[in-house]
Design a protein around this ligand. Sequence first.
Ligand SMILES: Cc1cc2nc3c(=O)[nH]c(=O)nc-3n(C[C@H](O)[C@H](O)[C@H](O)COP(=O)(O)OP(=O)(O)OC[C@H]3O[C@@H](n4cnc5c(N)ncnc54)[C@H](O)[C@@H]3O)c2cc1C
Length: 492
Amino acid sequence: MIQTEVLVVGAGNAAMCAALAARDAGADVLVLERAPEAERGGNTAFTAGAMRTVYDGAADLAALMPDLSEEEIGRTDFGGYPAEAFYSDMERVTEYRADPDLVEVMVSRSLETLKWMAGKGIRFTPAYGRQAFKVDGRFRFWGGLTVEVVGGGAGLVETEHKIAAEAGAKILYNSRAVSLLADDAGVQGVVAVVDGVTTSIQARAVVLACGGFQANVEWRTRYLGPGWDLAKVRGTRFNTGEGHRMALAAGASAAGHWSGCHAVGWDRNAPEYGDLAVGDGFQKHSYPLGIMVNADGRRFVDEGADFRNYTYAKYGRRILQQPHQFAWQVFDQKVVHLLRDEYRIREVTRAQAATLDELAPRLDGVNPEGFLAEVAAFNAAVQTDVPFDPTVKDGRGTVGLAVQKSNWANPLTEGPFLAFQVTCGVTFTFGGIRITPQAQVVSAEGAVMPGLFACGEIIGGLFYHNYPGGTGLTAGSVFGRVAGTSAAAAAR
Ligand SMILES: Cc1cc2nc3c(=O)[nH]c(=O)nc-3n(C[C@H](O)[C@H](O)[C@H](O)COP(=O)(O)OP(=O)(O)OC[C@H]3O[C@@H](n4cnc5c(N)ncnc54)[C@H](O)[C@@H]3O)c2cc1C
């Protein structure tokens, strides 16, 4: 029998923030990681490390990033992201369903939590490569997402594990929690399979931080619906809803959007699960600069409805709904220099041609006549008298199309034309376990379950329908820290 004060299930960002906070409070901490060490860190390890936080201009960023130079500040328009903007983005993209109490914790503690992480040795930098464009010689940030972790998700996992080990937290790899040990007094630990051996682990408090259920094809089909078995998983293969199952079996209340998930355009030929060597490189997020067509050659979404940060997480579902579950993104030379780095990786499904007539038959699976007619109609509909500016919602849209493009519309006229084939890649599921703002798990009867806490992708109630880019890590850090602090207090 293993014993600890605080047991953390999972070893991604939410888990490690919980472990660090519990150590801050002086509790003994044991972390259980289902994956072997080489694959540790869950979805967190696959991210670019972009983190959405409230900030008030360059001064706040300089406080968070001691490496930020005067020269960088001088050549950059960082703008700001006030709390009101974060609240309104969460309300708008979730169609006013997000739990206001949870949103308040996340937004109001976002900057202080990132500062807490920085104080522990996690380094942040401005996301110049993906969230800023150069305008008149100066970088201008757009879309409320300005901060990323140095070294991306892999760097974040590496640093968090190093700091946690130095702080005295212990970790067991190849250790899968399978059920909660609970009695009338509350949760007392877990049963886990540690290196193939079923083991009881006693704890005064358990923090579930073991992710969503997106890597469980059966649950995906059951909860997200028909067709979701055909989606690819963008990240870890280890997040199969074990935490959801354990908590529900112990009497926890389910919360949030169980038929909803975060899903994006993802290379058509990407593997079934994420590949740590490629990370998030299979995603193709520059569609606002071009058009997306389906097998009929028809456009099916407003590619420029909003900054990509506010549309990408819901457009994976739209791609999944198309015939044969794919789309081609098409760009001309006017915007090729603006495409994100992921368009230049080796593992990419692409087509290229000097003219549209030559491109059409190269778009695997697409009706060429349908495509050519669609592009002709699109090109004729663009309001070319409105200036193009990718750093603002420029209003350069189309007129008179059944599927409008609202911003950043450019006629496809300058070859060579480039096209990239995508399918639906699921990131994480939105349905989860109900928690209080202190990260205590709530029972189906509405009572706090003594000894049980949850944080990260496993919690329900934050995201519905859609998601503002860079919020997953921030939510994980904020609620991870809260859960670790609450669990340590409960363990005393
Ligand atoms: C390709 C990709 C790119 C992304 N980019 C970003 C980004 O730039 N910014 C952003 O904010 N978000 C991003 N996200 C979302 C982000 O990854 C998540 O929101 C966040 O990392 C979730 O953290 P977590 O700790 O809850 O879960 P995870 O990091 O997934 O950790 C879950 C952990 O639980 C473990 N586990 C699962 N089951 C068990 C069990 N039964 N017993 C023990 N351990 C178990 C897993 O092995 C893993 O260690 C991205 C996701 C992907 C896939």
